[in-house]
Design a protein. Structure first.
Length: 751
């Protein structure tokens, strides 16, 4: 008999145990992530009383794939445009939290005498709150639609992004025996370079590819293409010195800007859930009870560090971001735990072999404890504020709230600042694209041309000309873009003193463009500096005057802008875009929230007038999204249907009550569904039948007994329809359809 490979046996054991444990955790209303960790502990070699996994290497391989798909899904749910629209407030809060908690973790590690790398990685782990756990806690407590919950989720999104950067930074630190400031700066510049390059090229190319094959792609093909792009980017990321997870995240964020993003997210979710479960199970396998016993004190100290640190420093960070004291405390207390990214950072440290074996199970134990405490910390925030309010001077409370609410979320930029920022961004982006293009030419085109020309000098010249032609649209855009913008014209007209600095900005960009061409010719030819500089100047002048290069430059820029806006355009066409007045509501302590009408809702089919939502909950329904249509300002006769998405305006308390009601008012599940099978039954009308002399409608067979007569048997091969005007007669043979109980009651009437 053939034997199964250990991989299949291990997978069967992992999934069965994980399934059973997560059912228990679901019943206890605990996060599934913890269930997976507990399942991993049960199947680990450290648990002698249960079956154990045979081949840990295969499990860790699957876990690495799980991390990759987790971050790919995170990228799909992320949008750089959303981050830019958030303003400075969440960015200030996020940076403050990560910096303060990282330093706190490093200090705690040093206090226990742990190694330098253990302390650095511990700081990174303690800085990362869990998006999954907090989202689940908000959902369970009915707080997801409240304003402070939205602020927390914005910060968590930014934390996840910075966690990706932190992973790259930690990898760079771990690769050097004594990393210095220069090494860190090089790592940051490398991240920025490839991040901009991949996003610009990806957003220009990937949506164009998907749009060109849209008619050929079904769900199956789209899943394969998406995962293929994810894996390809992961491989490319490792080739340039980053992690596969970083590349997967970048590809996810590129696909997030396409029209297919939501569809891809739904298709990838089962794959992410499978491999993600294996990753969290592998986390639990590393939990050693003996280590937990030996490190009980550090675990307790770390738990208290997270709870007190996030409660105090987290609240202070949200106040720096512009929140009132009460709102900041609710936000800070909500983030007092660590989760999946802490596991990923710990896995990175173990994989690089730079952290001690004890640190992983210690962090897992801390995560489990803080996760269990998360709902209680969220609930404790308001009582803690009330107690603080009673003990602190009222003037101090008012001063803190005034400082917070007066924090400038967005200030009007001066024309000079706005223009210079735009010019700097354009110059950096086009410089990165030009550098990448020149590098590709040197790596691939130059050897090919050298081979064709037998290594003669004109081969180098041809390569140089090709390189200059390829980067010419980028260099022209670098020089000419923003020279005719409204800011440039306004400053030019405003004062003669502005004109010389404005001309200097143009000359400076011309100098940068000439530098790229100069480097190309100096690397590939033996031209002297004067000749190379002259050729660079001539090339720049020709680029500026060339209509063809101008057309190519504009075409490339429009392609990028259209691809970047494609999802917004699709949302606007289908009525999914949020109203512009939403931001102005926040000053009045009310905001817009979206709710989906569940399948089986008791509200289905009822009008807004019948539901009387304004009187019951104090909210107002501003829009109903149904399919691709939007019904704005619905009247009282507008009906709700399952899967409608309704936009509701109200305060936190009103929206919380409304959200609880829409989830609870659902038709109860049919527990006797097995007994509701429909049956076809032959019935003979006897002399005792109460139906004799009555028509089908008068008999009440449908209305009273819940059955339906489908035909009359008259001795022919086929059944005859029972006419509405025909009356039942003794000896009629009818065929009726209904549930078993209904058929039985109907049969009893004939006896």
């Amino acid at each position: 008999m053939a034997e199964l490979p250990p991989l299949i046996e291990d997978l069967a054991l992992i999934l069965i145990v994980a399934g059973v444990v997560t059912l228990v955790f679901k019943k206890l209303k605990q996060p599934l992530v913890l269930g997976y960790v507990v399942a991993g502990f049960l199947v680990s070699p450290h648990m002698p009383y249960t079956a154990s996994v045979v081949d840990m290497n295969n499990v860790h391989l699957w876990a690495d794939i799980g991390v990759m798909f987790l971050l790919f899904s995170l990228g799909l749910d992320f949008s750089f445009k959303k981050i830019l629209k958030m303003g400075a407030s969440p960015i200030i809060s996020t940076v403050s939290i990560i910096a303060s908690m990282s330093m706190l973790g490093i200090c705690v590690g040093h206090a226990f005498g742990w190694s330098r790398m253990d302390c650095i990685f511990l700081g990174g782990m303690l800085a990362m709150s869990s998006t999954t756990i907090i989202y689940k806690a908000f959902d369970d407590l009915g707080l997801r639609q409240q304003q402070f919950a939205g602020l927390v989720m914005s910060v968590l999104i930014l934390e996840d992004i910075l966690a990706i950067v932190m992973m790259v930074m930690l990898s760079a630190i771990a690769s050097g025996s004594s990393p210095d400031g220069g090494q860190l700066l090089h790592s940051i510049l490398s991240i920025a370079f490839f991040l901009v390059l991949w996003l610009v090229v990806g957003i220009s190319a990937v949506p164009l590819f998907l749009r060109s094959v849209r008619k050929l792609i079904n769900s199956e093909v789209l899943l394969i293409v998406s995962l293929g792009l994810c894996c390809a980017m992961a491989v490319f990321s490792t080739k340039v010195g980053f992690s596969s997870a970083f590349g997967a995240f970048i590809m996810g964020s590129i696909l997030a800007e396409t029209i297919e993003a939501e569809r891809i997210e739904k298709l990838v979710e089962p794959v992410k859930n499978l491999f993600g479960a294996i990753f969290f199970v592998s986390v639990g396998m590393l939990v050693d009870p003996q280590i937990l016993k030996d490190y009980a004190l550090p675990i307790f100290v770390l738990v208290m560090t997270i709870i007190i640190g996030q409660s105090v420093l987290g609240s202070f960070s949200f106040m720096l971001g512009g929140e009132s004291l009460k709102s900041a405390m609710r936000c800070g207390f909500s983030m007092a735990q660590i989760g999946e990214f802490s596991f990923i950072i710990a896995s990175l440290g173990l994989g690089l072999g730079v952290i001690s074996d004890f640190l992983y199970p210690v962090v897992v134990a801390v995560s489990v404890i803080t996760t269990f405490l998360t709902p209680y910390m969220i609930r404790f925030a308001t009582p803690a504020y009330n107690a603080l309010e009673h003990r602190m001077p009222s003037k101090l409370i008012m001063m803190l709230n005034h400082l917070s609410t007066s924090h400038p979320s967005s200030t009007k930029q001066s024309l000079w600042k706005k223009l210079l920022v735009q010019m700097a961004v354009n110059t950096i982006v086009y410089s990165i694209l030009s550098t990448a293009t020149i590098t590709m030419v040197f790596m691939f085109i130059h050897p090919f041309v050298q081979n064709l020309t037998k290594g003669l000098w004109h081969g180098d010249l041809i390569t140089g000309i090709v390189a200059v032609l390829l980067i010419s649209p980028f260099l022209r855009a670098m020089i000419m873009k923003k020279n005719r913008s409204e800011e440039f014209k306004a400053l030019w007209r405003e004062s003669n003193r502005n004109r010389l600095p404005l001309i200097f900005t143009i000359l400076l960009r011309i100098g940068v463009a000439m530098a790229f061409i100069f480097v190309v010719f100096k690397q590939l030819t033996e031209f002297g500096p004067s000749l190379a500089l002259t050729l660079a100047l001539v090339a720049v002048i020709l680029m500026i005057l060339s209509r063809g290069i101008k057309k190519r430059s504009i075409m490339l820029e429009r392609l990028f802008i259209n691809n970047l806006r494609s999802r917004d355009i699709e949302a606007q066409v289908h009525g999914k875009k949020r109203p512009l007045y939403e931001g102005r509501l926040l000053d009045r302590d009310i905001h817009i929230a979206e709710f989906d009408v569940p399948v089986g809702s008791l509200w289905s089919g009822k009008t807004l007038q019948q539901l009387n939502l304004g009187s019951r909950y104090g909210v107002h329904v501003s829009s109903i999204l149904r399919g691709g249509n939007r019904l704005n300002i619905p009247d009282g006769q507008s009906q709700l249907f399952p899967l409608d998405r309704i936009q509701v305006i109200g305060s936190d308390e009103q929206l919380s009550k409304f959200g609880h009601a829409i989830e609870q008012e659902i038709a109860p599940a049919d527990l006797d569904v097995e007994h509701r099978e429909m049956k076809l039954q032959q019935i003979i009308i006897t002399e005792k039948s109460p139906f004799i002399g009555k028509t089908l409608q008068e008999s009440g067979i449908r209305s009273k007994y819940g059955c339906m007569v489908v035909g009359l048997e008259e001795g022919e091969e086929n059944l005859s329809p029972f006419k509405p005007s025909r009356k039942f007669e003794e000896g009629d043979i009818i065929w009726a359809v209904g549930e078993q109980d209904a058929i039985s009651r109907l049969m009893q009437m004939q006896s």
